[in-house]
Design a protein around this ligand. Structure first.
Ligand SMILES: Nc1nc2c(ncn2[C@@H]2O[C@H](COP(=O)(O)OP(=O)(O)OP(=O)(O)O)[C@@H](O)[C@H]2O)c(=O)[nH]1
Ligand SMILES: [Mg+2]
Length: 425
């Protein structure tokens, strides 16, 4: 599996890196765009086809020089290039996925990233295309329709056929197998022999001069095809990045909305619960016997149920009920414990209720101070809100929002980075 770091490592500029951070799976397209926007880059012609089909030898004949290694076995295993007449000629390994994945990777790189013109080479000896070749031909035709990158289809080694009738049969079969393609029949052997022996007719009959003319036409058209392909790729990246930005922005807005909704629900809910608790407690505070609770106990009252004791019990029960109501509300909003960093004396004391209201039994004066005035209720509201904001759910949500904002900014940076590419005219 390709790691994110490997992908980013292949970026050559900060702009490419910024784009790959958003669209790592588009690395090949980005490399192609880089080449298309590199000024003064020579038109590049490459070969594609199965091994031993005569690709390297064909390139040698086209160049008129034995630059590429030819052999009767799997020979080309790396990419090698030669500049000749202001064209870069790129020899590539054969496409045979079952033999070496690395060779295929190089072959695919030559075809899909490096080249402007592809020579698809199929040897006449094999007759029709096999399944793998057929797929490649379809992909190449499809690509030309989309990008204007030219592919020329070459039927090689025709001197190996017994006669012209056989050649016609194969060409017809190929035309049926891959509709829309025109295969150009060539023989590198005849071309070389014709040249060596100064036999012009043999040279002509080799099909190589006609193929050279087709390549020369395609080379002339490379600037226009490149401009078309670059504009298309640019548009592709632009659309993808805008989509990514929109998606990320939506995600951020959804998170912000969730945060705002949760804050609002907590705020209004807390307001309601505190108002109710206040009403309940004020009824106790304002009851006629309330003052009794302030009367101290005497030693002689130890086993007596005095009016003061009865009143204090009543206050305590009412206060406990209020605490239960507030606590239930807090639990419903994820405020279940103190945030980390505060060392509890004991687990049971590690609660928001105790942190805000304290552990002491409440006396009448305490209740009056805490619940008896708007300022006291406001203080409670603020204290509980602080613990709500510090609750695990809210902290996680806030972190998600920070991460989502970052993702939006990364997409915006990528959009800016794309604008730094200068498209060919
Ligand atoms: N008779 C004949 N043999 C040819 C012709 N072209 C290539 N060959 C032979 O076919 C064999 C393979 O040729 P290469 O050019 O090395 O084939 P390739 O497609 O580059 O092979 P890989 O590099 O392994 O992918 C060699 O022995 C060539 O001499 C041709 O037109 N006629
Ligand atoms: Mg080769």
């Amino acid at each position: 599996m390709i790691e994110q770091n490997d992908i980013l490592g292949s970026a050559q500029t900060a702009a490419e890196r910024a784009i790959l951070l958003v669209l790592p799976e588009h690395i090949s397209h980005l490399e192609r765009l880089r080449l298309l926007t590199t000024p003064n880059r020579l038109p590049t012609v490459t070969v594609v086809g199965k091994y031993n089909h005569g690709k390297s030898r064909l390139l040698n004949e086209l160049l008129g020089q034995d630059q590429f290694s030819v052999a009767d076995k799997r020979e080309t295993i790396t990419l090698s290039s030669q500049t000749h007449h202001a064209v870069c000629w790129l020899d590539a390994p054969g496409l045979d996925a079952d033999i070496s994945l690395d060779d295929d990777r190089l072959a695919l790189r030559a075809v899909w990233i490096e080249s402007d013109i592809r020579l698809f080479v199929h040897t006449a000896k094999e007759g029709e295309l096999d399944g793998c070749e057929h797929d490649v031909v379809k992909q190449l035709c499809n690509d030309e329709g989309l990008t204007q990158r030219k592919t020329l289809f070459v039927l090689s080694q025709i001197d190996q056929l017994p006669g012209t009738g056989e050649l016609e049969n194969i060409l017809k079969a190929l035309g049926q197998q891959a509709p829309g393609t025109v295969f150009h029949a060539v023989s590198s052997t005849r071309h070389r022999q014709g040249q060596t022996e100064s036999k012009q007719l043999l040279v002509q009959k080799s099909g190589i001069p006609a193929l050279k003319d087709l390549i020369a036409d395609a080379v002339t058209n490379v600037p226009q095809a490149r401009a078309f392909e670059a504009a298309r790729l640019f548009e592709h990246f632009s659309t993808e990045l805008q989509q990514q930005h929109a998606l990320r922005q939506q995600r951020l807005e959804a998170l912000l909305q969730r945060q705002s909704d949760q804050r609002h629900q907590f705020d209004t809910g807390l307001h309601t619960v505190l108002a109710k608790v206040q009403t309940d407690l004020l009824a106790i505070i304002n009851a006629p016997g309330f003052g009794n609770s302030l009367t101290p106990d005497y030693a002689s009252d130890q086993y007596k149920l005095t009016a003061a004791k009865r009143e204090r019990a009543r206050i305590q029960v009412a206060y406990s009920r209020a605490c239960v109501e507030i606590d239930a509300f807090l639990a419903g909003h994820g405020v279940t414990g103190l945030s980390s960093g505060k060392t509890p004396v004991s687990g049971s004391l590690y609660t928001v209720m105790i942190a805000v209201l304290g552990i002491s039994v409440k006396h009448a004066r305490d209740l009056q101070r805490i619940f008896g005035s708007p300022a006291g209720i406001q203080q409670l509201h603020e204290a509980f809100t602080q613990y709500f904001n510090a609750s695990t759910d809210q902290v996680t949500l806030a972190q998600d929002i920070v991460a989502a904002k970052l993702q939006v900014n990364v997409a915006l940076d990528a959009i800016d980075a794309l604008a730094s590419f200068t498209l060919p005219a």
